[in-house]
Design a protein around this ligand. Sequence first.
Ligand code: SF4
Length: 365
Amino acid sequence: MKKILKPALYVHIPFCNYICPYCSFTKVFYDQDFADRYLTYLEKELTKYSNFLFKSIYIGGGTPTSLSHTQLERLFLILKKYQSENYFITIESNPELTEDKIEVLEKYNVKRISIGVQTFNQIFQKQINRFTTPEEISSLINCLHKHGISDINLDLIYGFNHETIDDVIGDLKIFTSLDIKHISTYCLQVEEMSIFYNKKYPAPDQDEARKQYDAICDYLKIKGFYRYEVSNFAKKGFESRHNLIYWNDQEYGGVGLGASSYINRIRRTSTKSLSSYLKGKYDDYVEPVDDNSDKFYFIMLGLRLEQGFALDEYQRRFKANFLDEYHDKISPLLDDGNLVIKNGYIALREDDLYIADYFLRKILF
Ligand code: SF4
């Protein structure tokens, strides 16, 4: 039977070698036996997509590279039959990635890697208990290049307690001196379920965070990284093609603990309970998509992009004119210049992207 081509597949590997105090993701400490069993159930869960091939596969976590060399091989072999002809694999990694595992990534044709650096500033490294040096990351990047992986993203966190704009720029000076193509920035969130939350770590001051964000945008622009989404900056041509599938509200499958999917007009989220997962009880939340919720996601995701969304794509997808349909809500925003229409796209004004959520509430509720 001919398989159906789908844009993307997300694969969640929930294991980590250490737990970061700010983290509220679905993760557990790495354990070899659990990881072996997890891969067995992941393989079973994937059979729900036995009719599909995926163009982009994103292996996230957790820390996928916390898997052993053998387990990584096993994971890529499991994924093989779900890859389309010109597949593109991205993997998340910690900075401690070793060359023997990089060789596995090369062998299975991984094209992009996202590394959770967060900060090189020793004061803030101490707060998050992670102590990677620029020299270590530089040599990791050299090693990745040597093995043919040059599409490299580094994650940056800003908004630490007592962090200044100079501190943030200090980090960015090092980030941009490295041979990378993409930087994802995250303002520190002190979320429930995190160690910081339990320890009452102060949440960043919103005004300060905004100033830091603006400084990041200005600095990265000068350094040739253009902002294409609220928090994401890339050299031209190196935008995250997987995340663009999400932001353009295209279909994606999802497997693994807590993974979401949007396939055939159904949104699903898998269970976050490892014990349920290891009994093969995968689905936790299922949301059928009607036109209204479909529009909601399309607008909400599209307006987070610097270029916004194409008005004719809205027309094609929903057989409706966005400007007419949302006339009452968007007219004041167009009049005030918060929304702009350019080359057939509608987008938030550059300066308003940081507070996209505020404008989305005005449009969508
Ligand atoms: S931030 Fe990443 S590496 Fe740290 S605990 Fe969370 S999932 Fe694991």
